[in-house]
Design a protein around this ligand. Structure first.
Ligand code: SAM
Length: 284
């Protein structure tokens, strides 16, 4: 495992610094965490779990991995690089919070390697061990099983946090970001997958998100916003199933809606994504 910044990691049980000691990470109170042969370390405390197998399950991870590997969301990864790359300086630290199976960090690393003068350190973590196991197969970097609610990273250590289609916990994000740190949120816009939503729901609703209000309440300051819209190539039945399986629509759609979606083939959808920068207020 390539621990790019081992000194940044903290114990999820008492927040003391972790030190590499043979095959494990240990804090001064003696809490130890095995560095798995698979290339990640599990820093999810028992209190951070809300279920026995938290986060995306094995099938959802496989669906997302296959769909993203086919390149359908590559324009999102390209826009991500365009937004993040100009910020990178020496010793820059990027953390993908809720990294899923690692597609975006892999794309970012590959694109930055071609065009940036600096090689940033990258850390990805997710609450799903299945997602993190899959991520270790994408690139060698620091992958952690961990929760947004208790991020096992030193206070004020991170330059850039990414939360793509994630479940942000703004107080934790504030705590690990440097005073001049930034958070990039990437979320679905109003037209996202609208064609598929029309098939699976009797009525397509616009969700009124309060997420930015939560961010401001935690001390974040609004930064630049940009949007990206494109249509996918026609998707096969299998790809539509994978797409549905990697979104919350899998749980929300009715049985009839899912049956209608299962009959779709060579079906193109609109991708509508909002990129929102938030600046750490540096006041927590
Ligand atoms: C919709 S997926 C997005 C994954 C990835 N960012 C992407 O866009 O491909 C949401 C991810 O958040 C993870 N997740 C859910 N709750 C979390 C938490 N409290 N802390 C960290 N990750 C969490 C899930 O396991 C899942 O991998």
């Amino acid at each position: 495992m390539k621990f790019v910044h081992n000194d940044l990691l903290t114990c999820p049980l008492d927040q003391h610094a972790l030190q590499l000691d043979g095959d494990c990470l240990r804090c001064e109170s003696g809490h130890a965490f095995d560095v798995g042969k698979q290339g990640y370390v599990n820093l999810l405390g028992a209190a951070d779990k809300r279920s026995r197998d938290p986060g995306d399950d094995k099938e959802m991870v496989a669906a997302r991995r296959n769909f993203l590997s086919d390149g359908h969301y590559q324009p999102i990864a390209e826009r991500l690089t365009r937004l993040v790359e100009p910020l990178i300086t020496r010793d820059y630290i990027i953390v993908d919070a809720g990294c899923g199976e690692g597609y975006y960090l892999q794309q970012l690393a590959a694109q930055i390697a071609v065009s940036s003068a600096w090689e940033p350190s990258m850390i990805g973590f997710d609450i799903s061990k299945w997602a993190v196991q899959a991520a270790t197969r994408r690139i060698a970097t620091t992958w952690l099983v961990a929760s947004n609610r208790n991020i096992p990273l030193a206070v004020s250590s991170v330059d850039c946090l990414l939360s793509l289609f994630g479940f942000p916990v703004f107080n934790s994000f504030q705590s690990v970001l440097k005073e001049d740190g930034r958070l990039l949120m990437v979320d679905a816009g109003p037209q996202h997958l609208v064609e598929l939503r029309k098939v699976i729901y009797p009525e397509v609703r616009r969700s009124d998100s309060t997420i930015l209000q939560q961010a401001y309440a935690a001390g974040f300051l609004q930064g630049e916003t940009s949007t990206l819209q494109f249509r996918t190539a026609p998707l096969s039945q299998l790809q539509i199933h994978q797409l549905l399986s990697m979104t919350p629509h899998l749980f929300r759609a009715t049985r009839e809606g899912k049956e209608r979606a299962a009959r779709l083939d060579q079906f193109s959808v609109t991708v509508d994504v909002v990129f929102q920068w938030l600046h750490s207020g540096g006041d927590t």
